[in-house]
Design a protein around this ligand. Structure first.
Ligand SMILES: CC(C)(COP(=O)(O)OP(=O)(O)OC[C@H]1O[C@@H](n2cnc3c(N)ncnc32)[C@H](O)[C@@H]1OP(=O)(O)O)[C@@H](O)C(=O)NCCC(=O)NCCS
Length: 190
């Protein structure tokens, strides 16, 4: 019982922390990439993005406060890539973790693309665009966790400069990755 109350409190605090931290951030500005569009997720696109998340992640779900956060702040925390008909092809979802927020680090919760559009560098384009955007918002780095055998995700992350920093505690086979945004932007601007 006590444990359930603690879990509920931590979820509400997660929501408050992320609402506060994103209050003054700018939304991810829309842009064109080849014949695709990159933008922040609007509230009316939440159901489409969530369906994609559940399909690709094998039925994972997000809790009530997490869904509420994305509906309210998806335009700042979730970068999407769309086709010319504005169908969502993939996304990168982020949030601030309690211990990382004071260090200016944003956590990449999940990123994916529809299988039929993989291998066209669209995930790379979305990651680069959102990484530059977050640097301009004052974020210092991006952290992520990936399974060591998820080669597409691991290679896609490494290809834009993420470094493996550790093994994820209490999660066998998962690695902790970190992208220093200042170094990343120096690199892409040279
Ligand atoms: C991870 C994911 C978004 C990558 O998408 P993608 O279309 O392959 O991305 P890109 O085309 O931009 O490829 C970027 C790099 O990823 C690597 N990569 C892509 N597919 C790969 C594969 N099947 N095996 C190994 N590396 C691969 C390549 O190094 C590529 O770099 P290159 O273009 O210089 O060769 C996609 O595979 C996906 O949606 N996977 C399922 C969801 C998932 O596991 N998400 C991660 C959760 S932590």
């Amino acid at each position: 019982m006590l444990r359930r109350v603690r879990v509920q409190i931590s979820r509400v605090l997660f929501f408050i922390r992320n609402m506060r931290a994103t209050g003054k951030m700018n939304e991810i500005a829309p842009c064109r990439y080849q014949e695709y569009y990159i933008a922040g997720l609007e509230a009316n696109q939440f159901d489409e993005m969530y369906e994609l998340y559940q399909t690709i992640s094998g039925g994972q779900t997000l809790g009530y406060w997490h869904r509420k956060l994305i509906k309210l702040r998806g335009n700042k925390l979730c970068g999407i890539i769309m086709d010319k008909n504005r169908r969502i092809l993939g996304f990168q979802l982020h949030h601030f973790k309690k211990r990382e927020l004071p260090k200016g680090i944003l956590y990449v919760e999940y990123g994916c693309l529809l299988p039929e559009v993989r291998g066209k560098s669209l995930s790379t384009a979305l990651r680069k665009y959102t990484a530059k955007h977050f640097l301009l918002q004052g974020i210092k780095g991006l952290s992520a966790h990936t399974h060591k055998e998820n080669y597409p995700a691991l290679n896609a992350a490494k290809s834009i400069g993420y470094a493996i920093t550790d093994e994820k505690p209490n999660a066998k086979g998962y690695l902790t990755l970190y992208l220093d945004l200042r170094k990343f932007c120096d690199l892409v601007n040279t």
